[in-house]
Write a protein that binds this ligand. Structure first.
Ligand code: ZN
Length: 590
């Protein structure tokens, strides 16, 4: 049984770890604190994958794939014990004796232990979020992975399916006070997951060389999982019958949980309240700048048409007009491909950051199995276990789009925004950050990479590039940048306002359309997202603010010796650590 297996292993690991307290590493005696930490990191990571078995699959760690974790109370107890053990072991290390990079690893592990405990004991989303339980994604991920042959992957899937029935039984036991929105989402997603077991896996069985017996067994297990998922969906539909907005738990998590979640997920030196205030004032600044630029551009785009009195109406009309400058749908991918060397050249000419020419980024059409995520462009980075693999820039081919949908999409990703998107996703945004992160390979930093730092860097580079003169200071470029940037700013305001200040739907939609200049469809999508997630929408603006503020602080401190290129390279040299830790190190001259 899996739990016994875990417990046994847990004791084994613990004993092993204690045995190692005499401390030997690679056959040599451990002489310093960094080496003791390295030893602990191995123990931490192997335990971490048991605490986060699905994340392991997505990170390319496939060792435990054949074992499905059943989210029973026993499992949560196992998690608590493991976290206690990790915490005790970590505290035996002397942080003051660690080197700079080891220190950030230490803090990141300590933080994750702390937040994992909070999720299990306080946040408890496994009780109110039925979408917590869903097997489709992880099975599709194993099926599409390339770590071993198709036959082997199907054998792994077959074993992993054994406990699917137990898995959903535990789910139904755990669910106590579900949220209507998350219950609806769970039904939708689990219905989608049925497809994995009705079509995707059976299609692969047909292509495989499994023996007749193996196929028979796998098919029986597929029958079982389909049945379990269907029962789970029926169970949820049954719950919904008696649920009303008044008698059910709200999707809004409220001030107390929100502040904590912000602290654990983001790891900022600003509190949730402070970042909300910052976003409010940034929004006002952006509106003022946008009005100035729109007045300047009015006659160029709208001729003698009278200018509306209301600034926001005027800005919106102008944005609509400027958005008509966009590439043809057939050359969307080509336009992105052509732009990357231009960005590299600009970064080099302006001396902004060193870009390693030996690691090119491969632009490709988004693979079919990744379509439908809603993102027009994204970066597929190799997982921490496969750093030498290619990094891809996935671009939606738009081939299936109706002319109207393609036009609206191309207006959104118009001539100007497309360039900002390329800065964000590729150079010097996500892709460049990734190359630097891989240069100082700390498995801890890539596994526990801080989302606010990663997104913050990409958002920061958009402004940095324009400030360095990218786009020749064209007012159209700045106007479109402000509109794009306003999205991160307003995401933060919206998230806080909905979860903490109880904003209703109408107010939220009006805010997004009137103040962030979003189309109604985009605003509706955002409303759906804000109901189903918490805090994540703040990560972009929070990370950006911290990096920008740190740069300005260093500019003052270092006065005439401040060098932008050096700042960027130094900042990225610490890996994907939370910005406050990087800040401490940079301010203390490390
Ligand atoms: Zn991003």
């Amino acid at each position: 049984m899996q739990i016994t297996h875990y417990i046994k292993k847990w004791f084994l690991v613990q004993t092993l770890f204690l045995a190692l307290s005499a401390f030997w590493l690679n056959g040599s005696p451990i002489v310093n604190e960094d080496q003791r930490l390295d030893k602990f990191k191995e123990v931490f990571i192997s335990n971490y994958w048991k605490l986060h078995p699905v994340e392991a699959i997505y990170s390319g760690f496939h060792k435990n794939d054949s074992l499905l974790s059943v989210p029973s109370q026993k499992y949560f107890d196992f998690c608590r014990r493991t976290l206690n053990f990790l915490n005790d072991s970590l505290n035996k290390l002397d942080v003051s004796k660690l080197s700079v990079n080891a220190k950030t690893d230490f803090f990141m592990m300590r933080d994750r232990i702390e937040s994992d405990r909070w999720y299990i004991d306080e946040f408890r989303d496994y009780e109110w979020n039925p979408a917590y339980y869903n097997l489709g994604g992880e099975f599709a991920e194993i099926l599409n992975a390339s770590f071993t042959t198709l036959d082997e992957r199907l054998r792994i899937i077959s074993k992993r399916l054994i406990k699917s029935d137990e898995y959903f039984k535990a789910a139904m036991t755990n669910i106590k006070n579900p949220v209507i929105e998350h219950t609806n989402l769970a039904i939708l997603q689990n219905e989608g997951s049925l497809e994995v077991f009705k079509t995707l896996v059976p299609d692969s069985i047909a292509k495989s060389r499994l023996s007749i017996d193996e196929k028979k067994l796998l098919n029986e297990r597929l029958d079982l999982v389909r049945e379990s998922i269907s029962s789970y969906i029926e169970f949820l539909k049954g719950l919904l019958v008696n649920m009303t907005i008044d008698n059910s738990k709200s999707f809004r998590i409220g001030k107390e949980l929100y502040s904590k979640k912000f602290q654990y997920d983001i790891r900022s030196r600003y509190s949730a309240d402070e970042i909300y205030e910052k976003a409010i004032s940034r929004k006002a600044e952006l509106h003022t700048q946008m009005a100035v630029l729109s007045r300047k551009l009015w006659s160029k785009y709208l001729g003698s048409m009278p200018m509306p009195d209301e600034d926001r109406v005027m800005i919106r009309m102008l944005i609509d007009k400027v958005s008509e400058t966009h590439v043809h749908r057939d050359s969307f991918l080509y336009a992105i491909e052509k732009q990357l060397p231009e960005l590299v050249k600009f970064v080099n000419d302006k001396n902004l950051i060193y870009i390693d020419p030996s690691k090119p980024l491969v632009v490709r059409k988004t693979p079919a199995y990744m379509e439908g995520s809603g993102a027009g462009a994204s970066i597929s980075a190799p997982g921490p276990y496969d750093v030498k693999a290619n990094t891809y820039y996935n671009v939606s081919p738009l081939s299936g789009y109706t002319p109207e949908r393609a036009e609206s999409y191309l207006k959104e990703y118009n001539h100007y925004i497309l360039q900002i998107l390329n800065i964000h996703e590729a150079i010097p945004g996500h892709y460049t950050q990734l190359v630097y992160a891989n240069q100082s390979p700390s498995l801890i930093k890539s596994i526990l990479g801080n989302g606010a730092m990663i997104e913050g860097w990409a958002v920061y580079t958009e402004r940095m590039m324009l400030e360095a003169g990218y786009g020749n200071d064209e007012p159209e470029m700045w106007l479109m940048y402000y509109k794009w940037h306003l999205r991160s700013v307003c995401n933060t305001i919206l998230d806080y306002s909905v979860h903490v200040l109880n904003w209703p739907e109408k107010v939220s939609i009006k805010f997004l359309t009137d103040e962030a200049f979003q189309q109604n469809a985009e605003a509706q999508g955002k409303w759906t997202r804000v109901k189903l997630s918490q805090v994540q929408l703040c990560s972009y603006f929070t990370g950006y603010s911290e990096i920008y503020d740190l740069r300005e602080e260093l500019k003052v401190n270092q006065a005439s010796t401040f060098d932008l290129k050096q700042f960027h390279e130094k900042f990225l040299s610490y890996g994907s650590a939370p910005v406050p830790y990087i800040r401490d190190l940079m301010l203390s001259g490390n």
